[in-house]
Design a protein around this ligand. Structure first.
Ligand code: HEM
Ligand code: HEM
Length: 286
């Protein structure tokens, strides 16, 4: 989506490849010193993991090289990672960035990107932290006061307010989604992809997805991005066009450029999951 970025990427701003490498070293130092996390990495060959993580972070921050590892749900599926572990890893990443002099604002931006990945990384718990946990042991005698659901975690590394609230919450997101799909369906190159799709349902899922990614309280309950888009054979150009309409919708609502950049940074890393390579599309056609 480089044509959407009218400013320098975070990758360039902080010194590119060398900084990312230093970040990854400091990040895994912290992770491996954390007794709640170290056992998960016991049998992992840290060399290739560091290389993949560096590529992944570089790409997410606008670097030139492409991540070539597994998709995140595949890489983490067997690990039964909990929300608590995810929060700790996110916090170590935040601390590692702070240690390298990354600004608080940029740490918050990157925190939003990382938060959006929670659903792909955590597999040990239901994601619905706003709902009572279905398999929570019934410790309370019948008739006891209802147990409060656990407070929503701040979501990743960011501390203070989130973008969801800043932009005006549910109402704004719904408006963004309406304008976004009006633009998408008005684009002759994209409209055919949505033929036969139940737009009411899609809008509801999209609003939930975006809300959650921006730190909203409700949880997305749809399919994973790779699952939802697999049959569609989406090209890189279509992805860029859709992302462009999202930016257009945000501009129509006069969302500030810095916040638009944050949202673009949240959406960009999904490209890998949504777009099918030429080879995948060829297999599908064949
Ligand atoms: C915070 C967001 C996270 C991101 C962006 C992330 C990213 C990645 C990446 C890029 C890989 C390499 C995949 C590959 O080599 O194909 C990976 C693997 C791995 N991640 Fe994460 N990860 C995250 C969270 C976590 C958490 C919370 C844990 C555990 C507490 C974890 C544990 C692991 C392990 C053990 C591997 C190696 C798996 C293997 O080699 O089989 N990750 N991660
Ligand atoms: C920019 C990043 C994108 C995000 C965040 C996104 C998000 C979503 C979400 C949340 C759903 C609902 C999944 C479900 O209901 O289980 C969905 C479905 C869908 N998306 Fe995307 N999408 C993106 C890009 C695209 C692109 C580039 C296209 C095509 C040009 C596309 C076409 C569709 C279609 C047609 C469906 C409905 C699939 C069905 O009902 O079978 N999306 N997307």
């Amino acid at each position: 989506m480089s044509q959407l970025e009218n400013s320098i990427t975070l990758y360039e701003k902080y010194g590119g490849e060398n900084t990312i490498k230093a970040l990854v070293e400091s990040f895994y130092d912290r992770v491996l010193k954390d007794p709640e996390l170290a056992p998960v990495f016991e049998k992992v060959d840290m060399g290739p993991l560091k290389r993949h993580q560096a590529l992944f972070i570089s790409q997410a921050l606008g670097g030139p090289k492409q991540y070539d590892g597994r998709d995140l749900s595949e890489a983490h599926r067997g690990l039964a990672i909990t929300n608590g572990q995810f929060d700790r890893v996110s916090a170590h990443l935040g601390d590692a960035m702070a240690g390298l002099g990354v600004s608080e604002e940029d740490i918050a931006t990157i925190g939003s990107i990382v938060s959006a990945l929670r659903g792909q990384v955590v597999s040990a718990e239901p994601l619905a932290s706003g709902l009572p946990e279905p398999e929570a042991p019934a410790l309370d005698p019948p008739g006891a006061a209802p147990v409060e659901p656990p407070a929503q975690s701040a979501g990743g590394t960011g501390g203070g307010g989130n973008l969801y609230e800043k932009l005006g919450g549910e109402h704004t997101i719904k408006t963004v989604v309406d304008i976004f799909y009006r633009r998408v369906l008005g684009d002759a190159a994209l409209a055919p992809v949505f033929q036969g799709v139940d737009m009411g349902n899609l809008k509801r899922h999209q609003a939930l997805f975006i809300s959650q990614a921006l730190g909203g309280p409700k949880q997305y309950d749809g399919r994973s991005m790779s699952e939802a888009h697999r049959r569609l054979a989406i090209t890189g150009a279509q992805f860029d066009a859709v992302a462009g309409h999202l930016v257009g919708a945000l501009r129509e609502l006069e969302v500030g450029q810095a916040d638009i950049d944050t949202i673009v940074a949240v959406v960009s890393p999904l490209k890998d999951e949504i777009v099918q390579t030429l080879f995948q599309r060829w297999l599908r056609a064949g």
